[in-house]
Structure formats: structure tokens, C-alpha cells
Ligand binder design. Sequence first.
Ligand code: PEP
Ligand code: MG
Length: 582
Amino acid sequence: MITRNGIAVSPGVAVGEALVIGSEDFRIPQRFIPRRSVESELHRFRQALRHVSTEIAQNERLANEAIGLQYGAIFAAHLQMAQDPKLISEIEILIRDRCYSPEFASSRTLRKYAKQFQELGNAYFAERAADIYDLEKRILRHLLGEQRESLAELTQPVIVLAHNLTPSETASLNKEFVLAFATEAGGRTSHTAILAAALEIPAIVGLGPFLADMSGGDTVVVDGTSGEFIIDPDDDALMRVNTVRQKYQSVVDRRQQMRDLAAETSDGTRIFLMGNIEFPQEAEQCHQKGAEGIGLYRTEFLYLGRDVIPTEEDHYQAYREVVEAFPHQPITIRTLDLGADKIPGWIRRQYSDESNPALGLRSIRMSLADLTMFKTQLRAVLRASVDTEMGVMFPLVSSLLEFRQARMIVHEVMEDLEEQNIPFNRDIQLGIMVEVPATVMMAREFAREVDFFSIGTNDLIQYTLAADRSDPQVAKWHNPADPAIIRMIDLVIKAADEYQIPVSVCGQMSSDPKMVPLLIGMGLRRISVSPHTIPAVKEVIRNLSIEKAQAMAQYVSTQELARDIESYLTRELRNLVPDQSH
Ligand code: PEP
Ligand code: MG
């Protein structure tokens, strides 16, 4: 039994059979073959290798002709590797003597060499390791051919293990068969993590390298509440996991009973508690958990997991579905936040390669660069806004001019609709995400012009502390308890209060129960959280008095270190709600 700890991002405990996803999202199936199939499997392997060689030779020719001999040489090196007699014989011995399947034998052997190169730790050898992984990918593609199993087409329950899952892959996971997933990469506020929680699939990310030693079919445990990951659990561990599962369920049941109670502090202050959604179907889930509206609808998921541009009608239907769940409550639709990690391949191809996509043409910048796409979305939002309390907000706004441009486009679309006699809500509110440090510094000027603020702490932390939200190596820097972040939020709340506009926090910070008393103590009265955390957040609010929250915020404002603030807030949370789920 091996236990590892990663970043818990979606609660719940699952025990099941591992499905190891290799590169290109195919699984490396069945570890062993029957002895009688050895000859036919060897034949299959040699045939695959022949196809691989032909393919590489073609690539070499193409590269030579199109971009020059020095690039063709890259493929020449691949070809040499694919035809290396020592390598081939090593794989064949595993097939013949150990009855490994060709997929498993190839993968094992090539990964062994790739790992050795990687461990040499210099850039040249790291590239050679990448070449070997590339060869592995090609061989597997040919071996698996039609058998290649896509994540979306599972037929039995599994726990998915992968180096990383992109947000689109996560969005396409079939909840019926994916009991949980665990990845080597990923951070707490990565979009993959947010999606896992949205889909209610228990998940751990940022486990660090563990896949090289795993095989499909191993039994694993994923505790998405504590971050514990167990390979080959023994009986004691399984019993312990079962107890954790029961305790988790009893806390869930207790919180569910509060569904119809108001999100109100113990001394009677109402907090407006809303849900964040990625998919329209989640609106119903928010409703069931007692949300009072949708504070953030991340519409870019209409683009992920499909390979054609959504039409105005696709947008419209997706927005109306949310309106049906919340006909008389606020719904805040965010315009496309495509770019960075949320970008389907077919859109990426339209833009030049970005070496630093988080700082590239993402979000409102992309919308303003592609007005046809932007206007299509805005038309649908406006059409869906009839008889609703709808707001539109623009992501990643970094200057006043950008907001003014976006507002002007909204007005143009309104004029078009008017000309065509298509109804819409003229009072639709226009707000911004505050998630770039420059916008915090200009918060007073923005507050004069916008209808509302929604603070996106996930990106705000990433850009303020220079810590990638998806990179587990810098997870300890990506911390909402950092005093710099708390001061920034304070600035934004004060600017909003001065100009009397609503302000909420919709980043993951407000979904973290220990952060909620601090935010309320700082004066925040609106929060928008991941649907599955609504009951836990409501419980904290109902156990809290404003006086206590203000005293906590006052204390935190005197602290200089994230570490001290975090442990203080954790202690206070235990006092407020003694029986947490773990
Ligand atoms: C944020 O950045 O905090 C936010 C809510 O937006 P997203 O997570 O979609 O980038
Ligand atoms: Mg953001």
C-alpha cells in the first residue's frame, strides 16, 4: 500500500479500479496476454512498428521539403530510435518472456528510457525524453488503432489517473463511470479543479509524479475531501475510508437541512449567497442547494468540449435554461473568458502561438478582437434578459478604456435589436470582474462607471503574487490568505461602498469556509460560490455574528504573513463549526 497527498479539489471518497490515461487520452490497456497469443501479439507489434517507421519517414520528407533539412533531422533521429534493434528486442523480450501486452511493453520500456534522460536534468536530455514520449505516443496510436478508448466512452466504473486533464477533457467526463480522478499536475483553482467540483466528481490534483509506477486495474482510493490518495489499500485503510465516507455523508445531510433557511448571520444580517456555474444544467443544482441567484456563469464552456462555434441560438438556449431555474433572481452572465487554459484547439489555431497564454490574448481582449463572436454572444444574452434581473460582466478588464469599448459594443447590439423589434431588458446591469491588479488600483474610477464589481480572486492572486493557479509547484504562493490580496479586496470593497455599487467575490476564495468570516468582516454582503459549497458556506454564515466577523477582519489586518492569517482563520473556523467534514 502506498499513500500520497495532493490538493483536494472536489469532495467525496471513492474506491475503485485505476484507469491510467496515457498521453493523448488513451488508456494503456490490459497488462498481460495469454501465452498462446505471444506470436500473434509479436506480429501485431512489428506491424505497428512498420507503420510508425513509414509515418516518421513521411514526416521527415515533408519537413525537409517544407521547412528545411535541419528540421527533417529531428524525424531522422526518431526513425533511428524506432528502428533501434536493442530497443526493439527489449520490448519483444517483455512480450515473449513476460507475456506483457505490446502496448504495455512498449510503454514500460520507452518510459524507462525517457525517465533516465529526464533525471539527467539538462535541457538537451529533457528534449530527448520528449522525443521518446513522442515515439511512445505514435506506437500506442498504431497499436490501439480503433480500440483507442476515449474518456467519453467508458463502459465500466473507474478512477481516472492522468498526468493532467484539460478543462475540455474534464468537461467531457462521464459521471456515471468516472468515480473520481487524480492527477499529477494542477492547482487548487485550476479550471480542471473547478470543473471537477461542478461535476461532483471527487478529485485530487497536484499529486506529483506517480503514474510511471501505476498500472491499469490497480485498486486506488481518492479522498477528494482530505487529498489522500492510496494505491493498493489494505483492509485497515479500506475500513478507515469507509468511516470517513460515512462521516462525510452525515455532515452533508446536516447541511442539506439548512437548504430553506436564510443565509443570515446569527445577529440578523442577510448575506446574499449565489452560485457559480459552468454548465446551464448546474443552475438547477444551485437552486436545490438554496442559492439565491447565479453570481457567475462561465459561458466559455459552451465552446469547450465541442468543435464548432456555438450559434446565437446555442447561446440563447443555454441562457434561457438558467433563467428558468432562477426566473426572479439575479443572474450574472460573464462574457467569454476564452484563452489561457480554456481554449479549444480549433480556436487556438486562429491565433499565433503564445509563449505566455495567461498574459496573452484572453478573455475580454479576445472578445474585442473578434467582434463577430462577441456580438453573437451579446445578442443572445440580451434576448435572454427579457423580464429578468440579468447582469453582464466582462472578464479580465484591465483598463477603463476596455470597459468603455465593451459597453459601446453592448449599446450597438441593443440598437440592432431595437431596429429588428427584438425585445430585451434595457436595464441590464453592466459590470466587471476585478481580477487584474491594475483594476484594483483604479477601483474608484471604475466604480464611477460600472454597475457592479465581482472580484475574481483566482486570477487576482495569480497576477498579484505571480503564481500560476494551475501549477502545484507554486501552490503555496497562490494563497488567498496573503495580506497583499486581503488589502486589495479591501480597496475594492471600499471603492464600491463609496459609489454605492454592489460588490461580490466569485473566485474560489469565497467557497472556502474559513475565508467567509473574514470577507463578511471586511464588509462583503454578496458572495458567489461553487454549488457544492453552498451548504457549508451557509452553515458558517449562520454560526457567525457580524461583531465576531469584524473583530476577525480587524485582527487579520494587523498580520503580515499569509501563514499566520491562514492558521488563525482555520482555528476560528473550528470554533465556529466544530464538526467539519474532515
Ligand atoms: C477568478 O479568476 O477568480 C474567476 C472567478 O474567474 P475564472 O476562475 O473563471 O478565471
Ligand atoms: Mg478569472
